[in-house]
Design a protein around this ligand. Structure first.
Ligand code: F6P
Length: 319
């Protein structure tokens, strides 16, 4: 393989730039040319593709976002869109592709693999919801952003003796809420993977109040429902002064943590290694601090699960 491409797709995540840098530098180190595909699959279809040099990825390791831009592309879900994308790759003599993104991005890579084009997926999403890897690029940074917010909100929650509902990202996955809730000492964590009973949520708040607790923090993953509505229900049922904070897209930005930079560098380089070994239709990951790779279809067929033990621990510690 003498020429590969790299793209980022779906929701951006801090550390994607570090992964792009690793792909480019690792490939060039092995005398392989790298082409950057801009705006994800949309740019692949329209041919927004430029050769990247060593210097193209200088000064980005510490930056959030993605220098290649990103998009959620409906057109690539069609046969015609993929055909156009394949033509662009063939035109430039690109022989393999690294796709950095989440579940939707992996689906695009799987489709290209079916067409006989070698692709390797690198898990980049703040949701930490990709099977076959303990962590995804950006999760640690987003988690630290959420913790910073919770700590700040706790100060004012204490001063005013209020109940706070903090809504964090995660349409289908509760990892961010679970880890942030555990690390932030939340009283209750609501995630899409676990059923909850609002009566019990309120009863717990009342029990805490009776014990002399002055404030409470409830972390809700957006997939559970609107934090605003949950806050209203709590206020109505308990009469405790309740405020809601929806953290939103600040969770997706910011300089990646050292952990994310290192993870991104390792995973990006590993993806190139696989392509150089002639392996496509794979995804890379990290399990017990060892780099691993899996068949992309196997990963897409698996359902993301949360760490039940961690969920139970959070319950035990927040009695
Ligand atoms: O998948 C990452 C993610 O940040 C989810 O947690 C969130 O639900 C979604 O993207 C938001 O997407 P958008 O930025 O397109 O609104």
């Amino acid at each position: 393989m003498k020429r590969i491409g790299v793209l980022t797709s779906g929701g951006d995540s801090p550390g994607m730039n570090a992964a792009i840098r690793a792909v480019v530098r690792k490939a060039i180190y092995h005398n392989v040319e790298v082409y950057g595909i801009y705006q994800g699959y949309a740019g692949l279809i329209s041919g927004q593709i430029k050769k990247l040099e060593i210097g193209s990825v200088g000064d980005i390791i510490h930056r959030g976002g993605t220098m290649l831009y990103t998009a959620r592309c409906k057109e690539f879900k069609t046969e015609e869109g993929r055909k156009q994308g394949m033509e662009q790759l063939e035109k430039l003599g690109i022989e393999g592709l690294v796709v950095i993104g989440g579940d939707g991005s992996y689906r695009g890579a799987q489709k290209l693999t079916e067409l006989g084009f070698p692709c390797v997926g690198v898990p980049g999403t703040i949701d930490n919801d990709i099977p076959g890897t303990d962590f995804t690029i950006g999760f640690d940074t987003a988690l630290n952003t959420v913790i910073d917010a919770i700590d700040k909100i706790r100060d004012t929650a204490t001063s005013h003796e209020r109940t706070y509902v903090i809504e964090v990202m995660g349409r289908h996955a509760g990892d961010l809420a679970l880890w942030a809730g555990l690390a932030g000492g939340a009283e209750t964590i609501l995630i899409p993977e676990e059923d909850h009973d609002m009566n019990e949520v309120c009863a717990k708040l009342n029990r805490g109040h009776d014990r002399g607790k002055k404030h409470s923090i409830i972390v809700v993953a957006e997939g559970v429902g609107s934090g605003v509505e949950i806050g209203k229900k709590i206020q109505d049922a308990t009469n405790f002064e309740t405020r809601v904070s929806v953290l939103g897209h600040i969770q997706r930005g910011g300089s990646p943590t050292a952990t994310d930079r290192v993870l991104a560098s390792r995973l990006g380089a590993k993806a190139v290694e696989l392509l150089l070994e002639g392996k496509g239709g794979r995804v890379v990951g990290i399990q017990q601090n060892q780099l691993v790779d899996h068949d992309i279809m196997e990963i897409l067929d698996r359902k993301h699960t949360i760490d039940e033990k961690m969920y139970n621990l959070a319950q035990e510690l927040s009695i």
